[in-house]
Design a protein around this ligand. Structure first.
Ligand SMILES: NC(=O)c1ccc[n+]([C@@H]2O[C@H](COP(=O)([O-])OP(=O)(O)OC[C@H]3O[C@@H](n4cnc5c(N)ncnc54)[C@H](OP(=O)(O)O)[C@@H]3O)[C@@H](O)[C@H]2O)c1
Length: 295
C-alpha cells in the first residue's frame, strides 16, 4: 500500500522516476526504508554529477557496483578500486558501453604497498578528484570466544575500515580542497547504537572511522570540503550472505542505497540514516538486555 503511494507521489507529482521502486520491498521493508526526501529528479542528478571525477572503493560488488553504474549513467568519470580485477574489467566495459568513462585500479587495500601504489596512481591521474566515496568494507560477526586465536580479524577490519580511508584521505584532503570536493563515508547504523554482541571487530573499526570523520568534518568544512555519512541498516549484498539469520530479515537493496548516495553527491551535503535510527538508538539503551539477546 505504502509502496504504491510512494510510486504515486513520484510518478504523478514529479514525473521524474528517479526513485527506487519500493514495490520490490515487502510491506515491512517499505515501512522501514521509506524516506520521502529521496524524491529527486534524474535530470537534476545528471546536471549536478556530470563531469565530476569520483574515486570509489569497493566498486566490484554490492553497493559499490550499483553506485558505479548509477554514477556512470549520470555522466561522472570514475576511478574504481577493489581487489577482483576481472569484475572491475567487466564493470569498466559495461560503463564504457554506456558512453561513460571509468578507470580501474585493482588493489588489496589492507596492504600498505597496494595503498601506496594507488596513491601514486592517483598522483599521476590527469584530473583532480571531486568526490571520494569510502565504500570498501569488511564485516565480521563472531563471538569473542570464537575469536581468541583470530587476532587477524581485528587487524583486517581495522586495516580496511579505518586505516585505509585515513591514509587515502591524508593524501586526498589537499586535492579535495582544490576542487571544493566531498567525502562520502559508507557506514553502518550500528555505530549509532550501543555496541552489539559478536560485532566487536566490525563495529569498533566502523565506529573508529566514523569518529575520525566527525572529528575532521568541521575543519574540512572551513576549507569547503563537504562530508557525508551514510548509516546503513542491513543491505542485501554478498556481505551479509554468509549469515543465515539475515536471510529473512528486512534489508535494503543495493540499488536503493546507490540512489541515496548519488543524491548526497548531487546535493553536496547531508547524511543518511533510516528514519527509525534515533528510536533504535534510544531503544538499544533502554532495552539493552533484550537488544543484546536478539542482535
Ligand atoms: N551489506 C550490509 O548489510 C551493510 C550494512 C551497513 C554498512 N555496509 C557497508 O557498505 C559498504 C559496502 O558493503 P557491501 O554491502 O556492498 O559489501 P560487499 O558486496 O561485500 O562489497 C564490499 C566491497 O569492498 C571490496 N573490498 C573488500 N575487501 C577489500 C580489500 N581488502 N581491498 C579492496 N577492496 C576490498 C570488495 O571487492 P573485492 O572483494 O573485489 O576486493 C567489494 O567491492 C561497506 O563499507 C560496508 O561496511 C554494508
Amino acid at each position: 500500500m505504502l509502496s504504491i503511494y510512494y510510486d504515486y507521489i513520484v510518478i504523478n507529482k514529479l514525473n521524474q522516476p528517479f526513485i527506487f521502486n519500493m514495490q520490490s520491498y515487502s510491506i515491512l521493508e517499505s515501512l522501514l526504508f521509506f524516506n520521502p526526501i529521496f524524491l529527486f529528479g534524474k535530470e537534476k542528478l545528471k546536471r549536478t554529477i556530470s563531469g565530476k571525477t569520483i574515486l570509489l572503493t569497493g566498486a566490484s560488488f554490492g553497493i559499490g557496483e550499483s553506485l558505479a553504474l548509477l554514477l556512470a549513467d549520470s555522466g561522472a568519470e570514475l576511478i574504481l578500486v577493489a581487489r577482483t580485477e576481472e569484475k572491475l574489467l567487466e564493470l569498466q566495459s559495461k560503463i564504457r558501453q554506456m558512453g561513460a568513462k571509468a578507470e580501474i585500479f585493482a588493489a588489496d587495500l589492507t596492504k600498505d604497498e597496494d595503498l601506496d601504489k594507488l596513491i601514486s596512481y592517483l598522483s599521476s591521474y590527469p584530473k583532480d578528484i571531486d568526490v571520494f566515496v569510502n565504500n570498501a568494507g569488511k564485516s565480521i560477526r563472531r563471538s569473542i570466544f570464537d575469536s581468541l586465536d583470530r587476532y587477524h580479524d581485528f587487524q583486517r577490519t581495522m586495516a580496511l575500515n579505518y586505516f585505509t580511508p585515513v591514509k587515502l584521505l591524508l593524501y586526498l584532503i589537499p586535492k579535495l580542497e582544490m576542487t571544493k570536493g566531498q567525502i562520502i563515508n559508507v557506514s553502518a547504523v550500528n555505530v549509532l547504537m550501543i555496541p552489539a554482541p559478536k560485532w566487536a571487530a566490525y563495529q569498533a573499526s566502523k565506529t573508529a572511522f566514523d569518529q575520525w570523520m566527525r572529528s575532521v568534518a568541521a575543519e574540512l568544512r572551513k576549507r569547503r570540503i563537504s562530508t557525508s555519512n551514510v548509516y546503513l541498516p542491513l543491505v542485501r549484498t554478498g556481505m551479509i550472505a554468509p549469515t543465515k539469520a539475515y536471510e529473512k530479515m528486512p534489508a535494503m537493496k543495493p540499488a536503493h542505497v546507490a540512489k541515496i548516495i548519488a543524491r548526497l553527491i548531487a546535493k553536496r551535503k547531508g547524511s543518511y540514516q533510516p528514519w527509525w535510527a534515533i528510536w533504535g538508538s534510544l531503544a538499544s539503551v533502554l532495552f539493552r538486555k533484550i537488544w543484546e539477546r536478539f542482535v
